[in-house]
Write a new protein. Structure first.
Lengths: 150, 150, 150, 150
């Protein structure tokens, strides 16, 4: 079952979030995680979150960020984070989570959903090749603070 | 001179915006352009804009979008659009415009500035390699409306 | 005007074909060019060709090859060659030629049109990004004869 | 042992074909699979197929499509599908299957063999770098029907 994340999910959401960050060899200060979880539940700053629940256990998460665009009056939606725990992989959970984010984006009138992935992440890209359209873009960043490890 | 775009710039901003869109073989409905210009000047929806002015003539533009992030309490800043008119290329205008966006991002406390460019745009990337850090990302999109041509 | 290539076009088709090959720093034996032109006109071996004509002058060409597929009962169509002479570039001729090949492919019941381009050919890709969908593929070849320079 | 696929192989060929499609997260209507198998055995529409057999068990498959070319009088050969079952990986079966397709292509006078693979499929590419030559191409597609999922 895919559903919006709520305050009550913190205990089970946290290890998924940490597994996701570990995949990217990142860690975040607890205050950042606290803020992120709070804003996902409160749908503040454009953030929203979905979780996949199976028999009372959370097995996956997906986070979106809705934000303005100069190319459309409508906002766009960034699929910021997607993670499925090892035991639930290969069962369609990732796709269902993406579908939930796309559906939410449609509901709020977003013009598109977009996301980034490592070019060499074959497992993820073999799914993304099915549900999205690959763009001819590369991504550059200028880090401004030590806070974002991305 | 790099300065924030204002309501009075519409006549000169418009051909730069159209030149930029033409580069990407895009065109946008006038209502989208109207909305974008208005929001850039009013700094609404996280949008802001800078222009490069030389002897009273606008020769370049850069637009940013500040939005929330799940990886930091601070927002991040998307450098959405960057364009320098043909006559002013190779004179450091693009870099000065990027610097202005980065400076604004720093001022509003953003954790990072990021942008997309075509992987095959050698001219742009030779600059971006100097001012930013290449990420190993590729970008996927799910278009939801006909409004965003990107 | 976009129309099918005919036997009478040889004199004007040839310099376009040679301009196209020169772009790829290739040359082909006259017997290959003779065979290709004959088969394009006769629509033999799955080959077909379109030319763009302006005021009696040919300014562009596009060649397709229809062939079998293991993923569909319907054949697929390879957009093999596309070239627009320097004077006619930027006028929508390339897009009109692609449209003609896609239309022909549709007429013969093909399941898809696909093509290759150099990853660094920004001019071509900025168009292709508009009319087609980028795939996550790379291409490998084993040359078997000296005949194909590709 | 590498040998041409025959009508009698259907029972063992089918799970390999399905494993191959599952790798690409695809499924095809039974009528497409029926048609593909029949044409591979009958060598119709340019299609042909090889299987790897070990102690009476099929452990791999490779399919080719011979089709016309505008760059050579001779046809070219597309290595369309290649799959080795999990238990037989790392034993040289994939290479032997490619060799069989290349050999068949040579026999029918093809000018080259070419194939596509996901840019992020490191396992496959480490083999392809040995047996083929990487081209600087990217691939674009225009899907025309719902039949081809590629």
């Amino acid at each position: 079952m895919i559903r919006a994340v709520t305050d009550n999910d913190r205990m089970q959401w946290q290890p998924l979030w940490e597994g996701y960050l570990r995949f990217y060899r990142q860690s975040l200060p607890p205050a950042v995680t606290d803020s992120t979880f709070e804003r996902l539940c409160a749908r503040r700053d454009g953030l929203f979150g979905y979780v996949a629940e199976e028999a009372g256990t959370l097995v996956g998460l997906a986070h979106g960020v809705v934000h303005g665009s100069t190319w459309s009056r409508a906002p766009v939606c960034y699929l910021s984070d997607l993670f499925v725990g090892p035991a639930a992989r290969g069962t369609g959970v990732a796709r269902a989570l993406i579908d939930a984010v796309v559906s939410e984006a449609r509901t709020v009138g977003a013009a598109e959903v977009y996301w980034h992935t490592q070019e060499f992440n074959g497992r993820a890209r073999s799914l993304y090749d099915q549900v999205g359209e690959l763009r001819s873009w590369v991504v550059y960043e200028v880090p401004l603070t030590g806070e974002t490890p991305g």
